[in-house]
Design a protein around this ligand. Structure first.
Ligand code: KIV
Ligand code: NA
Length: 275
């Protein structure tokens, strides 16, 4: 079944959990789509996982479009959300609409995501008014890493908890159809999930969130980064390291390629070799 804003909203109403993973390329998208994952986020985390930057700030709209359309081509049923990168929506409503429009037109994605609460509600209102579904992202918002002084848990203490709750209510009111809660403690995440009609997507949040998201390299044990919330569902990184070492060994010892890996039947004749 193709996932849409309507089927995802129905899942929330029926109390069914929604799965989401990040993805940045066609081959992985096909695997994620075939596994029945409901949503993909082409996250600006690609600045770190795919490009090796220390944070997400250098990522551009053009780059999000390249990765985004590669993912969309790999998906038959999974709902694809593309992140709006740092400084592609903060400057003005007009800038936000232009970039959201480019992302939708040039990737074929089904929604965009942007970071922030009350302060980005004018942008959320305008983008949704143009018929583009929006996922908001509150709590620990990585594009603000310099303001936070690190990738740290948000919503500690009553005043901060109230601010996160108010941001959640504000983005819902502005028209977002879902909101990502990153590094928001479990009781606060559960409270927000109960108070909102829109989908809450947790990462380092609570099992009570309507949906969960993880970065795929984190959940497969490929990245060096091991945040508290990143459960390894497989040690694919170790499997890859072993395969790379085996390949290196076989190339150097001459074991690979064996005759079954070569085009023996099409080969030149003995006469040709002697000529
Ligand atoms: O960019 C990203 O991968 C994200 C998720 C971690 C929510 O925003
Ligand atoms: Na992101």
């Amino acid at each position: 079944m193709k996932n849409t804003v309507a089927t995802l909203a129905a899942m929330k109403r029926n109390g069914e959990k929604i799965s989401q993973l990040t993805c940045y390329d066609y081959s992985t998208a096909k695997l994620i789509d075939a596994a029945g994952i409901n949503m993909i986020l082409v996250g600006d985390s690609l600045g770190m996982t795919m490009q090796g930057y220390k944070d997400t700030l250098p990522v551009t709209v053009d780059e999000m479009i390249v990765y985004g359309r590669s993912v969309v081509r790999g998906c038959k049923e999974t709902f694809v959300v593309v992140d709006m990168p740092f400084m592609s929506y903060q400057i003005s409503i007009e800038q936000a609409m232009q970039n959201a429009g480019r992302i939708m037109k040039e990737t074929g994605a089904s929604a965009v995501k942007l970071e922030g609460g009350k302060e980005v509600c004018p942008q959320i209102r305008a983008i949704t008014a143009a018929g583009i579904p929006v996922v908001a992202h509150i709590g620990m918002t990585p594009q603000s890493v310099n303001a936070f002084g690190g990738f740290t848990v948000q919503g500690k203490g009553e005043a901060n908890a109230r601010r996160v709750l108010e941001d959640a209510l504000a983005v819902q009111e502005a028209g977002a159809f879902a909101v990502t809660l990153e590094c928001v403690p479990p009781k606060l995440s559960a409270l927000i999930t109960k108070k909102l009609d829109i989908i809450t997507i947790g990462i380092g949040a609570s099992p009570e969130c309507d949906a969960q998201v993880l970065v795929w390299q984190d959940m497969l044990g490929i990245s060096d980064f091991k945040p508290k919330f990143a459960k390894h569902f497989a040690e694919v990184g170790e499997t890859m390291r072993e395969a790379f070492r085996a390949y290196d060994g076989e190339v150097k010892s001459g074991v690979f390629p064996a005759s079954e890996h070569t085009f023996v039947k099409s080969d030149c004749t003995e006469e040709f070799l002697a000529s």
